[in-house]
Unconditional design. Structure first.
Length: 414
């Protein structure tokens, strides 16, 4: 027995065992969707003592594959959390970090920065940045207690502007939901470097991997994710347009025009149904359908509800957290499904709609489902590029252009 082993406490031994179990949980989580995780990332998970970065949380909770909320605003909205380990591992896998690289993390907490330090090694550099002084202080304590304070630099600043004094970076990993990509992130990234960011696209958050080429970014891949919103100058939260008080609402993004009063009236009208004939298996992924509808429609949002709204007779949401929706001036339609007779597990997609133009909107939404089924369901998915705000239409790939504050995001489907 080594001296280090001889002085290991029961808590240390339990934490080490839980880290091993956490790594196995991440392997299973990724394998379930046909993905893998590099062994170096798993070894970092087995090494970094996560419990030191989540004070006042028991060991079992600290090493659960979950995301403990560390701080909320006055309205009770989560503004700081320690991301779920499976999500951190996914983003580290996306980043393809190599020893000796210079890394920037925007949105701190300490734990993910420690994982990054393990990956770049002693010849690399990690900067972790956050706008919240409490988060920075917590990160500094955790990094010091875990022995990474000489490998990671904690910076308190607005993430909108990056960390120019430490640039350039080979990789930038953003761990807060971003409505846009500020110029500083592109400028501080090396040419050919990668930006991993949970970018909101018409309200849909995806963890994108963008590669810098000159003054623009090209997507390499994206995955589902969920993060607390960015704070500071770049903060731009989604809007909730109430249709029945606060219980039923349309959640919309990207400054899309909408008038609440006519849509509130539409909700009181009889429901129109239309069905697509497109069937999906019980375990089959279909998140690309949401992205297809979002980028094929002039209007797009998510119809969401509270528990009270979910239990009402006004709407029939297939998922409690909401379904894709489109609208015009006085009508709206949202994605629906119903079980098929064949096996009870498969479901047919359709649309429910309300308002004077309910039938037209329902048919339009069903048309999007059918076109996705014909051309995109088993394809490579969409390609995204982020260009400067001054880029001309002729310089962008063909497809939808989403206008943002700092950039023009083009979306093209094969």
């Amino acid at each position: 027995m080594t001296n280090a082993e001889s002085i290991m406490t029961d808590e240390d031994a339990t934490a080490a065992h839980l880290r091993q179990a956490l790594a196995e949980s991440i392997i299973k989580n990724r394998a379930a969707i046909g993905r893998s995780v590099d062994e170096l990332i798993l070894e970092a998970v087995r090494t970094v003592p996560r419990h030191l970065f989540v004070p006042d949380v028991g060991l079992d909770e600290a090493y659960a594959d979950d995301s403990p909320i560390m701080k909320r605003d006055k309205q009770g909205v989560a503004i700081s959390s320690v991301s779920a380990p499976w999500l951190q591992a996914m983003m580290l896998q996306q980043a393809q970090i190599e020893p000796g690289m210079r890394l920037l993390e925007i949105g701190s907490g300490g734990y993910n920065a420690a994982l990054m330090a393990e990956l770049v090694g002693p010849n690399g550099a990690v900067v972790t940045l956050d706008i919240d002084p409490d988060v920075c202080a917590r990160a500094e304590r955790g990094l010091a207690d875990a022995g990474y304070d000489d490998l990671v630099t904690v910076v308190r600043a607005d993430g909108e502007f990056g960390a120019e004094q430490h640039a350039p970076f080979d990789r930038i990993i953003v761990t807060v939901s971003a409505p846009d990509i500020p110029p500083a992130w592109i400028n501080q990234l090396t040419d050919g470097g990668l930006l991993v960011v949970p970018l909101r696209m018409r309200g849909l958050a995806r963890s994108f991997v963008f590669e810098r080429t000159g003054n623009h970014l090209s997507s390499r891949e994206f995955e589902l994710c969920g993060f607390v919103p960015i704070q500071g100058v770049g903060e731009f939260r989604q809007r909730l347009v109430g249709l029945a008080g606060d219980d039923i609402a349309l959640r919309i993004d990207d400054r899309q025009p909408i008038e609440a009063e006519p849509l509130c009236e539409a909700l009181t009208t009889d429901r129109h149904e239309a069905w697509s004939g497109v069937v999906i298996g019980g375990m089959e992924a279909w998140d690309d359908l949401d992205m297809w509808i979002a980028t094929a429609s002039q209007s797009y949002g998510y119809l969401v509800t509270t528990d009270a709204g979910y239990q009402s007779d006004l709407i029939d949401l297939a998922k409690r957290w909401g379904m894709s929706a489109i609208w015009d001036c006085d009508s709206f339609a949202y994605l629906a499904w119903r079980p098929t007779v064949a096996d009870g597990q498969s479901r047919e997609f359709g649309a429910f709609a309300h308002g004077p133009h309910a039938a037209d909107l329902a048919d339009r939404l069903v048309g999007h489902v059918r076109s996705w089924d014909r051309g995109q369901r088993h394809g490579a998915g969409p390609h995204f590029e982020v260009h400067p705000k001054h880029a001309l239409d002729g310089d962008l790939p063909r497809g939808l252009v989403i206008e943002k504050r700092h950039s023009r995001v083009s979306v093209s489907w094969p």
